[in-house]
Design a protein around this ligand. Structure first.
Ligand SMILES: [Zn+2]
Length: 1035
């Protein structure tokens, strides 16, 4: 999946607040349940409907089921973490009311008619029981930690209490993950969507194989009304069965009186009905207004990560791969699409046709299944034997050309690069009018937002860059993700990190004029911003709840994953070992599921002529621990000392200082610093190591072109030497290295390692800078400080900051033309400079923008505004009453989606409170503005002074409606939380944010993005408190 509103799409809007930082400083091994939400999220929000575990005497009993009912393999599945979780739940069960729905053993019925004698007996029994319990819990050395008292418990296995099904019967499974006793082999789905009533009916036939003898089949279903279920064993007769449902886990089950035996095959058949979803997942309805003003409806799917179960009963985990045969019944006026080519169409009644699709020739995870019903037109071409088509609603057919050409090129590139042919006969790319993610890689049927697929002939290079990047990402998934899939969501980065890395790598090869190198560099900086927080997580991290699955779709899985792959590739001799290794990985695990270690092993074991590196050893330090290292360089003569420590923007991190990474350090020096051949390598494995350089070397620059995922502090002398060299000649370093120095020094300033004055010295030494990467990075950092000052109403200091920015970049800003610009790098530079100048209300900029909008308006919108300037022009226009109205009319009329989005951002940047209120509400209602755009609206509103407090109120008041549309933990919710809170820097706001989110309980209080928000506010506060004076004094 592509998240879209992440770094890629937001690139051209400069400053987001990047001063980030902390509060939850506890180590994972500190026993503090309230805070250790990642490991035991269910504890503090324990729902009465969830499974409980109870102590009884010194052991726990399975309630209601004989112990033999548990499969051996399932007992093995009880992870130690799970067991630990249970022991704590034991304590909470004491607080449960008697209305708990779980089947419990009846309490002893003694004392039901109390007499003096029985009272005495009862009291005695109670005292004995209480004493036993106390002795057990208070044994010397047995502290009641999360681990309970494991050593004394050897003969007492912890076993679950099974919950009640909706019909009151015992549900035979008590885990989030399904048992592995049954393996689905094939699905046959027949679906009949009714787009008039927004409902559908379905029949699902699942063939399965019994891997381990069992008396139950457990699978997923959510919000499906199952009207009939049948079961068939081997060649026997099908007979009706009762389906038990446990809604909190979205599981259903069928119990059998006799064991199904290992090796047997069986079939389950479900008939059911459901509503088409009104959110953006499952089988959902979408609508748009056509060019004649008529409302058109369609239905499409979005199953990743947990929503296939909302369209059909299934084993909805990525490791349960199977084949799929899909049939869809539709009205003659609609068409349908699915993963595979259509094989036949049969009329089944007067107004119903049945489309049948080929059975998949590959085993596929459920989250990759897709189907669409609607009215689309397409363009097609043949690329290396695969029929590639791009679908859009009819009036946007003209906008599909670039996508078709790019997808065809990329398909051929990947066929060659991976040395494995794309396995399906067709590849469809479909632009869906209302779609939340950027795109979704369903095998053979990739779905996109219109903005990420469609371009008209006037589109700018920057718009092409977005579309090409998203296509490249989704196509890479057809191998990384679809052919080889992570076993569980904890390793999502194997899908997303790789697709993100391949997206930049492939485009640099086949469309170098799109200049994606700069984009990738800024993406790596942003990934480090997030990973520097204590609330970050390891790339490969434990995932135990649906919300945690949603939260894996974040910049750590995507951008940090991609960054460490780049670092690995850049540190290996040429591309040989890397490329051969990933080809071997794809071949070895084709059609299967993997874990992170499988990738590292493939890369380590591959045959290469150059000395082979132990990749597993090096890379596991990057995937198994959160954060990244700060490398400190100090030098005495020819002796250079390198040392590493975790880069953590928090003060109390004593225990984490022991973390070490295996860092492939690269460096250049003053005698040779630009070409790849200048680069020297050194692997830093220990805390401190020494290397030698010739004494004549004047300065060192580490992390050549910033391909490594670490920050470098050169110490006072080292920084001064670099600043001196740059003052004389800025071209002694590559533009990437200059951007890297800027990022590093701001990061060190945030950490309190270098004074803000030193940051300014570095910037001053680069006053002649004209390359986009260093300029955009410097602007982004300075703007974020400006915004914090502005929001704190430190108007004097904000004015100083503005003056500094204008002083430093003013002449470069003034040199920008306002006409068409062909070079992409010049467009990037201009877009950043002009946006900043106009945001800062620089008169020459706003005058130019106003006059350009007037020309556009007077020409009846036929004179084109250059694509890279549109955002600045629309934003300036939206500040005037009349032009805001004009812009709204234009927004509703335009069919060019990239431009439309920029108009929307313009509209949302208004400083008029009534309009801010209106646009937030319109985004939530979804009539004039599609709800998919709400995260973008909130983000834009928050950037302005007038709206950021308003937006914070808005999300508090409307939280329940927001999480109805966007799941708790999803990327959209992460964006909303971050946007509304990341510019606070006072104690009062910190208290407010903390109070609001903790009041949400299971409706969001456990989200990692909440911890991140609190941490960020604390760091903003700390930075402001320690730097306000320095900013006040600087000149
Ligand atoms: Zn993806």
């Amino acid at each position: 999946m592509d998240l879209f509103d992440s770094n890629t799409a937001e690139r051209t809007n400069l400053p987001r607040n990047m001063i980030e930082n902390s509060m939850f400083e506890e180590e994972p091994d500190v026993v503090d349940l309230a805070k250790d939400s990642n490991t035991f999220p269910a504890f503090s929000t324990l729902d009465p409907d969830e499974v409980a575990y109870e102590p009884r005497s010194s052991r726990l009993l399975v309630r209601g089921l004989g112990e033999n009912d548990m499969d051996d393999d399932e007992e093995d599945c009880e992870s130690s973490a799970r067991l630990l979780g249970m022991s704590f739940m034991n304590r909470s069960s004491a607080h449960r009311s008697n209305s708990s729905p779980y089947i419990r053993q009846s309490p002893p019925r003694t004392c039901s008619r109390p007499s003096a004698c029985t009272m005495v007996v009862c009291v005695l029994v109670l005292v004995i029981v209480a004493s036993l319990v106390m002795v057990m819990y208070l044994l010397p050395g047995c502290t009641f930690t999360r681990a309970g008292c494991p050593k004394s418990n050897k003969t007492a296995p912890l076993e679950p209490v099974y919950p009640n099904s909706t019909n009151g019967e015992l549900f035979p499974w008590a885990e989030l993950r399904l048992p592995h006793s049954i393996q689905p082999l094939s699905y046959e789905l027949t679906l009949t969507p009714d787009l008039d009533n927004m409902t559908f009916t379905g029949r699902t036939v699942i063939k399965m194989s019994v891997l381990h003898s069992t008396k139950r089949i457990v699978l997923h279903a959510a919000n499906l009304n199952i009207t009939k279920a049948m079961f068939k064993l081997g060649d026997g007769q099908a007979h009706d069965v009762t389906v038990l449902e446990y809604k909190p886990r979205q599981q259903i089950a069928v119990k059998f009186p006799e064991e199904l035996k290992t090796g047997q095959q069986c079939v389950l058949i479900f008939d059911y009905s459901a509503n088409l979803s009104h959110t953006y997942d499952g089988f959902y309805n979408s609508s748009y207004t056509d060019k004649d003003g008529n409302k058109r409806v369609l239905a499409a799917t979005q199953f990743e990560p947990l929503s296939a179960r909302k369209a059909f009963p299934c084993f909805d985990e990525p490791s349960f791969k199977a084949t799929f045969l899909i049939r869809i019944n539709r009205k003659p006026s609609y068409m349908t699409l699915s993963n595979m080519p259509q094989t036949k169409t049969t009329p089944i009644s007067n107004d119903l046709m049945q489309d049948e699709f080929e059975k998949t020739n590959v085993n596929m995870s459920t989250y990759l299944v897709a189907f669409i019903v609607g009215n689309f037109t397409s363009v097609s071409s043949n690329a290396a034997g695969t029929n590639v088509s791009v679908y859009s609603i009819p009036e946007k057919k003209e906008q599909t050309g670039f996508a078709l050409a790019t997808a065809s090129k990329l398909l051929q590139f990947y066929n060659g690069f991976f040395e494995i042919e794309y396995p399906l006969k067709k590849l469809d790319l479909v632009a869906i009018p209302d779609f939340l993610a950027g795109a979704m890689e369903n095998w053979g049927l990739i779905t996109f937002r219109e903005t990420t697929l469609l371009l008209d002939s006037n589109s700018s290079h920057l718009e092409k860059q977005v579309v090409a990047s998203v296509i490249a990402h989704e196509l890479a998934h057809q191998w990384f993700g679809n052919l080889v899939t992570m076993s569980w969501w904890n390793d999502l980065w194997l899908n997303e990190g790789f697709a993100t890395y391949m997206e930049y790598m492939s485009l640099q090869e086949i469309l170098p004029n799109l200049d994606t190198g700069n984009l990738f560099l800024s993406v790596r900086f942003r990934a480090m911003d997030k990973d520097a927080l204590n609330s970050s997580h390891p790339v490969s991290t434990e995932v135990n709840t649906p919300e945690q699955v949603e939260e894996m779709f974040d910049s750590v899985s995507y951008e940090k994953g991609a960054s460490i792959l780049l670092m690995l590739n850049a540190s290996l001799p040429k591309e040989q070992q890397f490329k051969k290794g990933i080809i071997q990985y794809l071949n070895t695990y084709s059609g299967l599921n993997t874990q992170t270690e499988d990738l590292w092993n493939s890369l380590t074991q591959v045959e290469v002529s150059t000395p082979r590196q132990n990749i597993s050893e090096m890379m596991s330090s990057w995937t198994s621990q959160k954060g990244f290292p700060l490398v400190t360089v100090s030098r005495k003569g020819d002796q250079v000392t390198l040392s590493q420590e975790p880069f953590l923007l928090t003060s109390d991190n004593t225990t984490q200082k022991s973390r070490l990474w295996n860092i492939p350090i690269t460096y250049v020096n003053d005698s040779c610093s630009l070409a790849l051949q200048c680069r020297q390598m050194y692997t830093l494995k220990y805390k401190t190591e020494n290397l030698k350089v010739p004494e004549s070397v004047k300065w060192l620059k580490l992390n050549y072109k910033n391909t490594g995922f670490y920050v470098v502090d050169y110490g006072n002398d080292g920084w001064n030497a670099l600043i001196e060299a740059l003052s004389k000649n800025i071209s002694v370093l590559t533009p990437e290295d200059r951007a890297s120095l800027i990022y590093n020094i701001f990061a060190l300033s945030r950490l309190g390692r270098v004074p803000f004055q030193q940051v300014l010295h570095l910037l001053n030494s680069m006053s002649g800078e004209t390359e986009p990467s260093p300029v955009t990075e410097a602007l982004l950092q300075l703007n974020s400080i400006y915004r914090l000052l502005d929001k704190r109403q430190e108007s004097g200091l904000a004015a100083r900051m503005k003056a500094y920015i204008m002083n430093h970049f003013g002449s470069l800003m003034k040199n920008q033309s306002w006409g068409e610009e062909q070079s992409l790098s010049k467009q990037e530079l201009r877009s950043a400079l002009v946006s900043t100048a106009c945001i800062l209300n620089e008169e020459s900029c706003t005058d130019q923008a106003k006059s350009l909008f007037k020309k556009y308006h007077d020409s009846n919108f036929t004179i084109k505004i250059p694509g890279d300037l549109q955002q600045a022009v629309f934003t300036v226009a939206a500040q005037s009453e009349d032009d805001w109205e004009t812009l709204l009319e234009l927004y509703t009329a335009t069919t060019h989606d990239a431009e439309k989005r920029k108009m929307l951002k313009g509209l949302a940047s208004t400083q008029d409170p009534r309009r801010i209120a209106w646009i937030l509400k319109a985004g939530l209602n979804g009539d004039i503005i599609q709800t998919q755009e709400l995260p973008l609206i909130i983000n834009t509103v928050c950037n302005g002074f007038a709206g950021y407090l308003f937006a914070w109120d808005f999300i508090q008041v409307n939280w329940d409606r927001l999480i109805e549309k966007f799941p708790v933990g999803s990327f959209a919710i992460q964006t909303i939380v971050k946007s509304t809170t990341s510019q606070f820097s006072t104690q009062a706001h910190l208290d407010q944010v903390q109070a609001f989110f903790s009041s949400l309980k299971q409706r969001g209080s456990q989200m990692r993005s909440v911890q991140e928000a609190l941490e960020t506010i604390r760091l903003n506060k700390r930075w402001m408190e320690s730097n306000l004076k320095a900013i006040g004094k600087w000149h």
